[in-house]
Design a protein around this ligand. Structure first.
Ligand SMILES: [Fe+2]
Ligand SMILES: [Fe+2]
Length: 278
């Protein structure tokens, strides 16, 4: 039996890994390709392992292994062929810069739902100034969530993802608005990014969490009553990086989210009226 051991970081596994595994299977006339995560860096492979299993699941000649060292001890007759490929690392890096089509849909969904590479991915979508805002809002979301006994990680990810579409140009936003939901075009284009962000995360990134999606969809206008929608609305407006002192309202938000929401909403409506944004 000819066995190929495909050793790579699989960080994450991409369609390219699958393609070259198919090629090597054919070329070497092998019976099996064993996917082995090279964990020499001693990092946590929990998510990578799950993604590899997910991606190879449709292929009966592909298996996942974690007993590489044991196999190598028994490899006296060189029955196992080790296969490594440098190019595949570049494909994994491309995914982390927003090239979502480089990975299987299930893997993409897993990444976004679990917040894997979340910072790297968001960093590639927005400007450095916006990225700092996203990090700051995510931290504030976590803080407010903790004070109100909410899911801290869910809150953190909402904060990180909420402005994913914010740095698109008006023309680019318009393209997405036309694809997804033309009737919302009636709103000022400054709020379009909440709809585009929602649809992009739902359809392209395959984020499944309905409350997270809803919160992002309403984060500019604060026109939804779900607690996570209120949370991101507050955190976005009270971001400590903005040029006004929001510390008192943050303090209130950490104790009583609903009270802070009412105060921030009122303050925001007055601001929008003065600018005639809505
Ligand atoms: Fe926003
Ligand atoms: Fe924002």
């Amino acid at each position: 039996m000819k066995i190929v051991i495909f050793k790579s970081n699989f960080n994450p596994i991409t369609k390219y890994h699958i393609k070259i595994a198919k090629e090597v299977l054919k070329k070497k006339n092998a019976d099996l390709v064993c996917f082995y995560i090279d964990s020499s860096l001693n990092d946590d492979i929990y998510h990578r392992e799950k993604m590899v299993k997910m991606a190879i699941q449709p292929y009966r000649k592909f298996v996942y292994i974690n007993n590489y060292q044991k196999l190598m001890k028994r490899n006296k007759e060189n029955q196992y062929l080790i296969f490594e490929d440098i190019e595949s690392e570049k494909q994994s890096d491309l995914f982390k810069t927003g090239r979502l089509s480089t990975v299987d849909k299930k893997v993409c969904s897993y990444v976004f739902n679990n917040g894997i590479y979340a910072k790297e991915i968001i960093n590639s979508y927005v400007s450095s100034k916006r990225f700092k805002h996203c990090l700051s809002v995510a931290d504030l979301c976590l803080k407010i969530a903790r004070g109100n006994n909410l899911d801290e990680y869910k809150a953190y990810l909402i904060g990180l993802y909420h402005d994913i579409a914010k740095d698109l140009s008006k023309e680019e936003l318009l393209i997405y608005m036309n694809i997804y939901k033309p009737y919302e075009i009636e709103y000022d284009y400054h709020v379009w990014h909440q709809y585009v962000g929602y649809y992009y995360l739902k359809h392209n990134c395959r984020l499944k969490d309905k409350r997270m999606l809803k919160a992002i969809r309403h984060h500019c206008l604060g026109d939804d009553n779900d607690v996570y929608s209120k949370l991101i609305f507050i955190a976005d407006k009270l971001d400590p990086l903005r040029d006004y002192d929001s510390s008192k309202l943050i303090e209130i938000a950490c104790k009583n989210l609903n009270k802070a929401f009412d105060l921030v909403k009122k303050q925001n409506e007055e601001y929008l009226e003065s600018r005639e944004v809505v």
